[in-house]
Design a protein around this ligand. Structure first.
Ligand code: PRP
Length: 194
């Protein structure tokens, strides 16, 4: 295991520190808590990247006074086709929720929205199931390359137009464990071929 600070020299810079991310999640928790005060709430995290923000958001929400009456958690997994840099536009479900969402207050939790296709797909299929309310929460927004005009109700931080990793976001499955958001040196993804 390489030291987290350098990660073998592949990290160019830190974009958001662990504390800045924690503060953003706290703000998101307060916004969501205000909208669902006194009501039960189901958070649906989108694997694998949003596992991290979902857990931290649930913990933050649980400490907000006057927030939801109950908090339930479920997960979905989807994959988008295409290469690493460009999605084909086709999103496929790999794992559905285990709970019925009809008539319930639901918040989709994503780590990042980039071209918007994944969140647009999720909103479409979940809306068909007639939840009482359906909102979307995204920790990192990258609004530069949208291919669909997807609506996001809660946005934590706006990331720069760069290849970002950490706090759930990966490059070839590495870096998810970083507690901060980082930008990789461009040589990492231009030279590595496996
Ligand atoms: C990431 C992220 C979102 C999606 C956003 O998932 O977690 O689900 O991409 O991208 P988009 O707005 O361009 O559709 P990814 O497909 O990398 O899977 P992972 O979460 O398992 O890493």
């Amino acid at each position: 295991m390489k030291p987290l600070e350098t990660y073998d020299g592949t990290i160019e810079r830190t974009l958001f520190t662990q504390q800045e991310i924690a503060d953003a999640i706290e703000r998101l928790a307060h916004s969501i808590a205000a909208d669902f005060a006194g009501q039960p709430l189901l958070l649906i995290g989108v694997l694998k990247g949003a596992l991290y923000v979902t857990v931290d958001l649930v913990r933050a929400l649980s400490t907000v006074a006057g927030g939801p009456s109950e908090i339930h958690v479920d997960y979905m997994a989807v994959s988008s086709y295409g290469n690493e840099n460009r999605s084909s536009g086709e999103v496929r479900m790999l794992k559905d929720t285990m709970q019925n969402i009809a008539g319930r207050n639901v918040v989709i939790v994503e780590d990042i929205v980039d071209n918007g296709l994944t969140l647009d797909y999720l909103q479409g299929i979940l809306q068909q199931r007639e939840p009482k309310a359906l909102k979307s929460c995204v920790l990192f927004d990258k609004p530069y390359n949208r291919r669909v005009d997807v609506h996001v109700d809660y946005i934590g931080l706006t990331a720069p137009d760069a290849f970002v990793v950490g706090y759930g976001l990966d490059y070839q499955e590495a870096y998810r464990n970083l507690p901060y958001l980082a930008q990789l040196h461009s040589w990492v993804f231009s030279e590595k071929t496996d």
